[in-house]
Design a protein. Sequence first.
Length: 391
Amino acid sequence: MLISKRNNIYLVYILSFSIILFILTGCANPGGSNEEITLEGEQLVEQWRFDSSGAINQAPLRAADVVVFVPNGGKLTAVDAATGQLRWEFGKPAEVWERAYATNGESVFAGLEGGKFAAIDLRSGKVRWEVDLGINVQVAPLVAGEVLYIPTTFVGPKLESDPEGKAKLFVLSIRDGKELWSFETDNYILQTPTYFNDVVYVGGSYYAPEIEVDEGGPMRIYALDAESGMPTWVYEEEHGFIKKMYATESSLAYIAYQDYIFGVDVQTGEMNWRRDTGNWVPSLMGTEDTLYFGSANTIVYALDANSGEVRWQQNIPEGTFNYLMGAPVRVQNDLYFLTQHGDIMALNALNGEILWHIPTGVTPREGLTVSGGWLYFGDIDGTVYGYSTEK
């Protein structure tokens, strides 16, 4: 069988997908909460820093009184949220996949090398339970109530790529790791799912060498009943690897490799809107019916999640190519984010007005987390920072 030049390029793209995974961001950013405390930029200062063993490629997560993160090639690490002092470390170096962790405030749920998955106690760093899924988990699971929705992959960093593998969505009990159900897809990789109204949406890329693609690649999203795992619809396009999804009552929004954001009708599984983002977008976050994201052309957007209409947009004025890293975080009516040049910025989430910005001088690889009046992020050198207004 003859394979076109573009198909050859596409095959190389698939088999070297680990490179793409290293630059994908925003997988586990919690997005903030209206119950959180807003930050005063004039009083926000660095309170502590912790030097780890490798670059921080996923935003640190705060849970209870600790901050957890995985340095590149390092261990799952927990430090005191107020002082930055080491609490505990888990696993051998590089045993925990650096982007594959999430928390419910009591445990950290993490993908381990060799297709294993574990729940680790936040206070002690001890294993609560561990299961062997048989497929690796390299992005964050979704925590929804007492249930874990765990995506898997056959292509990624340090894996022997199998683009014809059929990745599964595993659904486990948070309490004991017992499997409630699983769903085998025809995708070789799955992204972190999203959940709304008793439906879980999971998607990723699939192998189709007969499809000639100049930009993007075959992708597929499944809408699954959250109780039974039965699919209600399947959506296919050629937009490339999915980075993030967000669902509302009527629409499932997603961004992928192409420079667009898309909306899919949750009843029919058909695309109902598309919006040009102007450039590459690393991630997005949603609250109620509003989407927030930034593109590499330094524009930050707020979109109506149901129609794709722009509610506001704001240009980041602090330097050329100073785009938003990862997904922004909304706290009440403030929107916080970290930029490629290391600026912490705050916008009014309702109209996009710039409230304040703080240059840090760091070079980040991912966005930030805001929790309890504190702001946390890491840099390319492996340093994790804690900022607050506390004296």
